[in-house]
Design a protein around this ligand. Structure first.
Ligand code: TXA
Ligand code: MG
Length: 329
């Protein structure tokens, strides 16, 4: 069955997987579902294929891509693991954690993937994409499958709306369960530094008793190169932590209690009527897109609790609300 919006969107059947493998083998681009967001995948060892990712997204080439693997063993072919990174991989893989580790010398990973750095970002995702990688036998480079600087897609249709025919095939496996990108942790000299908050929370990481953990906030210069201030930018202006609604605004609500004037909202969506942060994370990007696509000029956002995955939600909202410049991921 083909999707009504595009013959590039295929439900992830074994036939569609076979087609995806053939496209990857020919240096093409396949959008793949992961538990975080949809990724725009290419063979990480094929320079032309990887260049195709940058051009389809309009992404600056100084910004490295995450390499997706289907096992710890595959990851160890490309990066040097120490005790801390091994413990992290064992605790959170497969799952929404990306490890930035020293790149092994003389691997077949194309240098465009790592933007010439001596580190590599590795992630072992859950589900279908891990199966695809295992069948392919080589890692896939994959950033989020959106145009640079725009909202990350959590459905196959959102990929198509952002990238259109620049992607050869979109494997549709329904909406992403987590809905926010992976947590990026750089491990170096026995210290783990959080470069980007995401699906694995700070408290998840703090449960690892022997881990020496730092948050990048304390040292902005060591953030991931792609962590632009403005990102996830909808066309509408975003106003965060609103304590009342202003004339003409749409409302992105959270929890059971509404702010003053909420009844006058042009349109309203609630990230989680019960105030559940995990549900809110899963809904964030699709609801931001839906409000934006309704053509409103301004979106007010109710305060979101800063705990658990709420930290990552607030990080994404802050970037979505930041003044825009031309330099995007
Ligand atoms: O959940 C995710 O991580 C999704 C799915 C598709 O896996 N991917 C994703 O990729 O969010 P992307 O390209 O949108 O964000 C990757 C981030 C960028 O900010 C990039 O700068 C950073 O990872 N990154 C990649 N390699 C790095 C490295 N060697 N050192 C530091 N940061 C790195
Ligand atoms: Mg992205």
């Amino acid at each position: 069955m083909k999707h009504e919006n595009s013959d590039r969107i295929l439900p992830a059947t074994s036939d569609a997987m076979a087609r995806a493998l053939a496209i990857l083998g020919n240096g093409g681009l396949v959008a793949v579902p992961t538990e975080t967001v949809y990724g725009l995948a290419a063979d990480a060892t094929n320079g032309e294929a990887v260049a195709g990712i940058f051009s389809a997204k309009g992404r600056p080439q100084f910004n490295p891509l995450i390499c997706h693997v289907s096992s710890l063993e595959m990851a160890q072919e490309y990066a040097v693991f120490d005790a801390a990174s091994l413990a992290l991989a064992e605790a959170f893989w497969p799952g929404p954690l990306t490890l930035v580790l020293p790149l092994k010398k003389d691997t077949k990973i194309h240098p465009l993937v790592t933007a010439g750095l001596d580190t590599i970002g590795l992630r072992f995702p859950k589900g279908l994409t891990a199966e695809l990688i295992a069948q392919y036998g080589k890692p896939l480079a994959a950033p989020s499958a959106n145009s640079s600087g725009k909202i990350s897609p959590t459905t196959a249709l959102a990929v198509y709306q952002s990238l259109g025919n620049k992607v050869d095939l979109i494997l549709d496996d329904g909406p992403c369960a987590v809905g926010l990108e992976s947590t990026i942790v750089k491990v170096s000299g026995g210290t783990a530094t959080i470069l980007r908050p995401g699906g694995v929370t700070l408290s998840d990481l703090q449960k690892m008793s022997h881990l020496n953990l730092l948050e990048a906030e304390a040292n902005a210069s060591i953030q991931a190169p792609g962590m632009m201030a403005s990102h996830y930018a909808p066309n509408a202006l975003m106003r965060l932590n609103a304590d009342k609604l202003l004339e003409g605004e749409a409302l992105l609500a959270f929890g059971p209690h509404r702010i003053n004037g909420a009844d006058k909202a042009v349109t309203m969506l609630n990230l989680s009527p019960s105030g559940d942060l995990i549900e809110a994370a899963a809904n964030l990007f699709s609801m931001m897109s839906e409000l934006d696509n309704s053509g409103v000029a301004k979106i007010a956002v109710e305060p979101i609790t800063m705990s658990g995955i709420g930290v990552a939600i607030n990080d994404r909202l802050k970037r979505a609300a930041a003044p825009r410049d031309s330099d995007h991921e």
